[in-house]
Design a protein around this ligand. Structure first.
Ligand SMILES: Cc1ncc(COP(=O)(O)O)c(C=O)c1O
Length: 387
């Protein structure tokens, strides 16, 4: 008997109109639109249209989104900041750190999303020194962290999932390596949030950020940053704004009081429209259940890996679904962006990155979707190989 997910997948599929015409396999890049998410966006425009301005309700929606994110990572909402992007979240952390002491090194893996590396590099002018951990065969061996993290390490910057190959880092092991040397740890969970349970309290990370438009089923314009309470209370971000104050509505221009906890990382007028959308996406993920999603996406990844092998496709990175995000990267014999376009012509949304085309299913994907996507991919790659 064919495996099935531990939830009513057909009911969820009915809430994604795109599935009637297309097979979305690009969740590592952008999620398809759920009815509930579209309705949330419409609630914002309806409120804007009818009331002209309703700050209380709008800010309330941002707070609700903050709570939804906190719920997904087992954090207190007061330990979550609302940002505009992961790049901004990292810049907020980087600008709040002091590179002038004996700890001035940032250890970052070469698997970080470029933006994250760029933020750390930009802080070299404030004294930050970068030490890179290598990617080997699409993975980041832990020994790289063991030799890079030292007594001079201020912070370790580690993605949970590698956007290129889908390799999932062992966060428990990285926490242990960072802790052993007294370093802070920032985790970029953008490629994993929405695909598995994450518990920042159990993990004991210091910072964790994610945006919403990938596996969290949302849209651009918003991201969230968890900051551990005792660390937040001693940091003063240089990237700040009136929503980072104790009382933003005090309108005191010549005083800088820091809001408690992660709220001091909030900035200007919050991303209200995106908050409506983000909350609906995150609440859908919470309803399906991250543990159930993990179980099902591992089945789908297993089929992708095995089916890719049967069709002679070269997988980049690990071939064990348990060590991966749901993203599976196959080496393209030609321009991967052209492969993406040819896949779209065949009704499959894939996502090109560097030398690979990524197929990234999610909770609503079926085994038939996977088989059809693989058939299309094999055909597209043979077209490219023959050119
Ligand atoms: C792991 C990871 N981090 C960060 C980003 C970029 O985030 P943002 O555009 O919100 O700065 C991406 C986008 O693809 C990503 O995959």
């Amino acid at each position: 008997m064919s495996p099935t997910p531990p939830y009513d997948i057909d009911a969820w599929r009915n809430k994604i109109p795109l599935l009637r015409t297309t097979i979305p396999m690009n969740n590592c890049s952008h999620a398809p639109l759920l009815d509930g998410v579209r309705e949330a966006a419409e609630r914002y425009t309806a409120s804007w249209n009818q009331d002209g301005m309703d700050w209380d309700a709008w800010v309330g929606e941002v707070e609700a989104a903050r709570r939804s994110f906190a719920g997904l990572i087992n954090a207190d909402p007061e330990d979550v900041a609302v940002c505009a992007s992961v790049s901004q979240a990292v810049a907020s952390i980087a600008g709040a750190l002091d590179y002038g002491g004996s700890r001035h090194t940032v250890v970052a893996s070469m698997a970080e999303f470029p933006s994250v590396g760029h933020v750390w590099l930009a802080h070299q002018k404030l004294g930050a020194q970068l030490r890179w951990v290598a990617v080997v065969d699409g993975e980041v061996p832990l020994d790289g962290y063991r030799s890079a993290v030292d007594d001079d390490t201020l912070i370790v910057s580690a993605c949970h999932g590698y956007y290129q190959t889908g390799f999932k880092q062992d966060l428990d092991a990285i926490v242990e390596i960072a802790r052993a040397k007294g370093a802070l740890l920032f985790v970029d969970a953008y490629q994993t949030m929405g695909t598995l349970p994450i518990d920042v309290t159990a993990l004991d990370v210091d910072f964790l950020a994610s945006g919403n438009l990938k596996y969290l089923m949302g849209a651009p314009g918003i991201a969230f940053l968890y900051v551990k309470r005792e660390i937040a209370d001693r940091l003063e971000p240089t990237l700040t704004g009136w929503f980072g104050r104790k009382n933003p509505f005090a309108f005191t221009v010549d005083a800088l009081d820091w809001a408690d906890g992660a709220r001091r990382f909030d900035m200007g007028t919050p991303p209200i429209a995106s908050a409506y959308v983000a909350r609906a996406g995150m609440d859908a993920i919470a309803e399906v259940g991250p543990a159930a999603i993990q179980e099902w996406t591992q089945v789908l990844s297993g089929r992708l890996i095995e089916g890719g092998r049967e069709r002679g496709l070269e997988l980049l990175g690990p071939d064990d679904p348990k060590r991966k995000t749901p993203s599976n990267a196959f080496r393209s014999p030609g321009d991967s962006h052209r492969a993406e376009a040819l896949m779209r012509e065949r009704g499959v949304l894939a996502s090109a990155r560097g030398p690979a085309l990524r197929l990234a299913p999610h909770f609503y994907s079926t085994l038939d979707d996977v088989d059809a996507a693989l058939d299309a991919l094999a055909e597209v790659f043979s077209v490219l190989a023959s050119e």
